[in-house]
Write a protein that binds this ligand. Structure first.
Ligand code: NAP
Length: 284
C-alpha cells in the first residue's frame, strides 16, 4: 500500500536559515521509508527574527526537530530542559518534544567521533590543528581534548580564538591548547580539521590554509564541509599524501544519534549502514 501524509503523520524537521541546501531530510525520510513508518521530515526556513514566534508551532505539531545555523545557541532560552551534551557545548542541534516539553541535545560531537572512528583515525594524544573557532570548532575541540590531543586553534579573528581557548580551559582538564593566526602556522600536525566554511559556496575556490607545506607533514585531514564532496583543501591534502575525510559522515552520524533521541531506541545497524552507502553514492 502506498503511504501518504495524513493528519496522524508524525512530523519532524530541521530549522535554520538558509535551509534549502540541507541534506537532513534525505537522511531521515529514507529511514522512515525503509522502516515503513508514518513519519515525515521537513526543512523549514525560520529567519532569526521569527525563531521565538515559531516555537509554539514546533511544540504543538512536531515530535522532534534538528536545529542548524543560525539557531543552535539562540534556541536555548526557549527550551524546557537541556541534556549534558547541549550544556557542555552551549549549543543545541536536536530537540525532542514530549508532552509539550522541549528537551535539547547536541549530537554533533558524537557525529564527529563516529566519523573519525569509522575511518580508523586514531588521534589520541596527537597534535591536532583546528582551523576556525566558531560553533563547530567548539564541539570538535571538546572532543579532541577529551581524547588527550594537543590542540592548536588557528582562526582569523583573534577575539574569537582567544574566547574559545578561555572557554575550553575552563571546562577541560586537558590544558594543551595554543592559539594563533592562520598566517603564523608551521608544519607538525598529525591531523588537521577544517571547521570554517572556507571551501564551500561562495568560497569554494578558496583554501582555509595559506601554507600548504603543512599538509606534507600531516597524516589526516578532515574537512567538515560535505558540499562540495571534495573541497580544495581535501584535494590538496590528497596530493600531499594525506588520508582525507569530508563532513558527510559527521552529518550522518549526528542524524542517527538524533533518531535515537526521538525514538528512544537505537536504529538497526544494517539499515543505518545501507542508507549511509546510498547517500554517499548520491553525493559523490
Ligand atoms: P560559525 O560558528 O559561524 O564559525 C565559523 C568559523 O569560520 C569562525 O571561526 C570564522 O572566523 C571562520 N570563518 C568564516 N569565514 C571565514 C573566512 N572567509 N576566512 C577565514 N575564516 C572564516 O560556523 P559553524 O557553525 O562553526 O560552522 C562552520 C562550518 O562547519 C560550516 O561550513 C558548517 O557547514 C560546517 N559544519 C558541518 C557539520 C557536519 O556535520 N559536517 C556540523 C557543523 C558544522 P571569524 O571568527 O574570523 O569570523
Amino acid at each position: 500500500m502506498e503511504c501518504f501524509l495524513n493528519s496522524k503523520t508524525e512530523l519532524y524537521a530541521v530549522i535554520g536559515d538558509p535551509i534549502s541546501h540541507s541534506l537532513s531530510p534525505d537522511i531521515h525520510n529514507r529511514i522512515y521509508k525503509r522502516l515503513k513508518e508514518d513519519k515525515a521530515y521537513l526543512a523549514m526556513r525560520i529567519p532569526p527574527s521569527e525563531l521565538k514566534a515559531s516555537i509554539d508551532l514546533l511544540r504543538n505539531n512536531f515530535k522532534g526537530f534538528n536545529v542548524t545555523i543560525p539557531h543552535k545557541e539562540a534556541i536555548i532560552p526557549y527550551l524546557d530542559e537541556l541534556d549534558t551534551t547541549a550544556e557542555i557545548y552551549g549549543a543545541v542541534n536536536t530537540v525532542r518534544v514530549e508532552n509539550g516539553r522541549l528537551k535539547g541535545y547536541n549530537t554533533d560531537g558524537y557525529g564527529f567521533i563516529m566519523a573519525m572512528e569509522a575511518e580508523g583515525f586514531k588521534v589520541e594524544g596527537k597534535k591536532v590543528l583546528l582551523l576556525g573557532a566558531g560553533g563547530a570548532a567548539r564541539v570538535v575541540a571538546h572532543e579532541l581534548l577529551n581524547k588527550g590531543c594537543h590542540l592548536t586553534i588557528a582562526n582569523r579573528s583573534e577575539e574569537k580564538r582567544e574566547r574559545l581557548k578561555a572557554e575550553l580551559l575552563a571546562h577541560s582538564s586537558n590544558k594543551h591548547i595554543i592559539t594563533c593566526s592562520p598566517s603564523e602556522l608551521k608544519e607538525g600536525y598529525y591531523c588537521i580539521v577544517n571547521t570554517t566554511p572556507v571551501g564551500m559556496a561562495p568560497l569554494e575556490q578558496q583554501l582555509p590554509l595559506e601554507n600548504l607545506e603543512i599538509l606534507k607533514a600531516s597524516e589526516v585531514v578532515f574537512d567538515l564541509i560535505y558540499n562540495p564532496y571534495k573541497t580544495l583543501l581535501l584535494k590538496a591534502a590528497e596530493e600531499a599524501g594525506c588520508r582525507v575525510l569530508n563532513g558527510f559522515s559527521m552529518l550522518y552520524y549526528q542524524g542517527i544519534k538524533a533518531q535515537e533521541h526521538w525514538r528512544g531506541a537505537v536504529l538497526p545497524n544494517k539499515i543505518a549502514q545501507e542508507i549511509f552507502v546510498e547517500l554517499e553514492n548520491m553525493l559523490k
